[in-house]
Design a protein around this ligand. Sequence first.
Ligand code: CP
Length: 317
Amino acid sequence: MKRFFSVDDVANLDELIQNAIEIKKAPLQKSELGKSKTLGLVFLNSSLRTRLSTQKAAQNLGLNTIVLNANQEAWIWEFEDNAIMNGGTVEHIKDAANVLSQYCDIIGIRCFAGLESKEEDTSEKIYSLFEKFATVPVISLESATLHPLQSLADCITIEEHKPKNRKPKVVLTWAPHIKSIPHAVGNSFAQWMNKTDCEFVITHPKGYELDTKFTQNATIENNQEIALQGADFVYIKNWSSFEKYGKTLPIEEDWLLTNKKLEVTNNAKIMHCLPVRRNVEVSDEVLDSEHSLIYKQANNRTFAAQVILEKILESDG
Ligand code: CP
């Protein structure tokens, strides 16, 4: 593996999930693999789980890590080609990516959607520029449209908890929020679920359709109650409108998930990538119930990151 941007960079998803589950049983088995090598983690946006789980994974492999909070600690980056940099930007992304490649053997970068330009976000402008100018393998720590390490951790979590004798029904439900949120987690979860053996349903209010590039043939059901019927897993996530790009639209129905609403499911396991705005996106009673997998998902972020770092280190040279 030379890059990790999406599920399309995975040769065999079932095998990757099983590899991660094996790593979880003995996380220090390859503690020498990354010896004398350095992982750079560049954040243009905030993070708790991605930052620390990827550092933990690197530590398990003997990798050194350098973390750069680029938006707070570094020079302000310029993204335009041939820019005359006589304004607020101080360092071009081509110089930053190239220089970081001198210090690191692998670089992870987080660059969220700005939600101002649909064209810039859907073309992955920042991620693509960084990858173009880096001279070492680059992994996504969440880009404008996708969050692959989260989705891999979600796949591991579903594999560990799914019914053994039949394929599971997995429902991705839109949830309310107080602000405009990018589409990356929803897109990415859809993209990865479409590659696994499950019945996959997405439910959201009209106007909140995700990009069909990622949802593809998934069933879309605008009635949340119908969508939840018989679900084994319910994944809760907010996103803003894709069509009216980045906007929050007025909603008449109540989309806050409660235990009452979950009565129609098959004792569904509850998933959320976190962070979560409790009692806005989903109620405490759901998040804190015995069916909640939210902390197990967070734990699996380490093994998702570790299996990807292993694949890249093993294909090095
Ligand atoms: N789920 C997730 O990516 O969490 P952080 O934003 O805290 O990294």
